[in-house]
Each structure stands twice: as structure tokens, then as C-alpha cells.
Design a protein around this ligand. Structure first.
Ligand SMILES: Cc1cc2nc3c(=O)[nH]c(=O)nc-3n(C[C@H](O)[C@H](O)[C@H](O)COP(=O)(O)OP(=O)(O)OC[C@H]3O[C@@H](n4cnc5c(N)ncnc54)[C@H](O)[C@@H]3O)c2cc1C
Length: 243
């Protein structure tokens, strides 16, 4: 491994190298002259304060599965309709706005996520976010939780954050050896990498240590794409259900 620090180059020798570069997994693979079957989507979330306690702290993850026409007043509709830049706010948005309380009993923070314009992008930091995103997310969620209308136009300044889902076609991660001896990958963890972290790490460790692998190992190996039967399956995989 070559580390460049200004004009200094440091070489680190290792028997095992793991590509765990998240959205940059492809860039690191390119250093090994490998191409990975992954793509990236930008997903954004807001964290906002709910001092009126509209959403109970014990609420589970809430997902709205209907398409959404955002609620606006007649006056707002007229105003948004005036400009090409804001007219999209009056159109139908896809399903999938979801939210959950964040933090324990003392917290009043709520997270809302809604990737209403999902598309494949190249990962760049910092990324830009639709300036209307917080209002869109809040209004979308208010279709499920009408009490949130109390915050229309007067939400405390939300924290807007996000990142990239790095995905394979079938939304299954890549965990295991790469076709170069001593090189491994743990990536393509999409929108479930925190939940999957322990299982993914355990599988990678078993692979590196040369331990017996569980039956599901083959389903996450990069080598699965060499199997013609698997490739045939991919052709008819359908939607993955990812929000
Ligand atoms: C808005 C949003 C909400 C999410 N919500 C959830 C959720 O509720 N539950 C859940 O399970 N998952 C969630 N995820 C998904 C989860 O965050 C990812 O699946 C997970 O972070 C992927 O882990 P990773 O280690 O592969 O990549 P990352 O967490 O991106 O880590 C990659 C690391 O590699 C480093 N790196 C990159 N290039 C290099 C290089 N050349 N050299 C050295 N280091 C490098 C980066 O700095 C980074 O630290 C969410 C993602 C987003 C964007």
C-alpha cells in the first residue's frame, strides 16, 4: 500500500488488504485494476426538533407507502405555480417518506428521510441538496402524521445531512475475497450497512482467517457474478424494495 503524504511516499507491506472505502470502493478497486459492479445514490435526511411532541418518543420507524401530493394552502399553490423552479413542488411525489424519533426520552429530535428523486450519481463531497428538501420532507410526512402541520413554515432550523448508498444491482453487498491474492472487499452496503455491520464483518473476518464459511458466504462473494445461473437470475430480479 502506498500512502502519499505531501511529497512523502510511505509504503506499507501487508499480506491482507481490505477495500472498505464505502462510496469510494470503486476508486480503490481501480488502484488494483479491478472494476466492481456497484453504483451510487445520494440519500439525504433531516433532523428537526419536535417540541410539541407530535411524534411519540416510542414510535417505531414510520413509512408512508403511498405517493404524495404535498399539502399547500391555496395561496402557497398560486405562488409556487408562478415559477418553473418551484412548480415541481405541486406535482405528485413518489412513496417512501419515512421517519423515526432519534435519541432517548430527553430528546425531541425526529429524523425524516425521503429520496424522492432517486438516481445514479458519482459520489462527490460536499454534495448539494435541494433547498426545499426539509419542507418537502416535513409536508410529505404530514400526510401520515397530520399534527406535523403545526410546523409548516415554522420548523426550527433542521440539520440536513446525508451520504451515498453504494449498491449492487440486486442490493446485496460484496463481502469476501477479490480476484487478487490477499485482497478483500466489504462494500456495497447500501442503506443497511449499520444494521448489517456485525454479520458483514464476521463474514469478512472468517474469509480472511481461512475459517469455515457459512452457507450464505457465496451469496455475498464477488465471484457470484461468474455463475451464469446467477447472472440469468439478475436479469429478472425486479425491484429490491429499497427506500
Ligand atoms: C442518509 C443515510 C441514512 C442511512 N441510514 C441507515 C440506517 O438507518 N441503518 C443502516 O443500517 N444503514 C443506514 N445507512 C447506510 C450506512 O450508512 C452505510 O451502509 C454504511 O455507512 C456503509 O459502510 P461502509 O463502511 O461500507 O462505508 P462508509 O461508512 O462510507 O465508510 C467508508 C470509509 O472509508 C474511508 N475511505 C474512503 N476512501 C478511502 C481511501 N482511499 N483511503 C482510506 N480511507 C478511505 C471513508 O473516509 C470512510 O471513513 C444510511 C446511509 C445514509 C446515506
Amino acid at each position: 500500500i502506498r500512502l502519499q503524504n505531501g511529497s512523502q511516499t510511505e509504503i506499507v507491506s501487508t499480506r491482507h488488504f481490505v477495500n472498505a472505502a464505502g462510496p469510494f470502493v470503486q476508486n480503490v478497486a481501480a488502484m488494483l485494476e479491478l472494476d466492481l459492479p456497484v453504483f451510487h445514490e445520494l440519500h439525504v435526511k433531516i433532523a428537526f426538533r419536535d417540541p410539541l411532541k407530535i411524534i411519540p418518543r416510542e414510535a417505531p420507524l414510520l413509512i408512508w407507502t403511498d405517493p404524495a401530493i404535498l399539502p399547500w394552502s391555496e395561496e402557497e399553490r398560486d405562488s409556487l405555480n408562478q415559477s418553473e423552479e418551484t412548480r415541481y413542488l405541486l406535482k405528485e411525489f413518489p412513496s417512501g417518506v419515512h421517519a423515526r424519533p432519534e435519541g432517548g426520552a430527553g430528546s425531541d429530535t425526529v429524523l425524516i428521510l425521503w429520496t424522492y428523486d432517486v438516481k445514479t450519481v458519482d459520489p462527490v463531497f460536499p454534495f448539494s441538496v435541494d433547498p426545499h428538501y426539509p419542507e418537502i420532507a416535513l409536508r410529505g410526512l404530514s400526510l401520515m402524521i397530520p399534527g406535523l402541520r403545526a410546523y409548516f413554515g415554522r420548523m426550527t432550523k433542521p440539520v440536513v445531512d446525508g451520504g451515498y448508498y453504494t449498491k449492487t444491482r440486486e442490493n446485496r453487498p460484496l463481502i469476501g475475497p477479490l480476484p487478487i491474492e490477499g485482497a478483500y472487499i466489504i462494500g456495497g452496503l447500501s442503506g443497511f450497512g449499520i444494521m448489517a455491520a456485525c454479520g458483514a464483518g464476521e463474514l469478512l473476518a472468517a474469509s480472511i482467517a481461512g475459517n469455515d464459511l457459512p452457507p450464505h458466504a457465496a451469496a455475498f462473494s464477488l465471484a457470484r457474478y461468474e455463475d451464469p445461473e446467477y447472472r440469468k437470475l439478475l436479469g429478472s430480479w425486479g425491484e429490491t424494495g429499497q427506500l
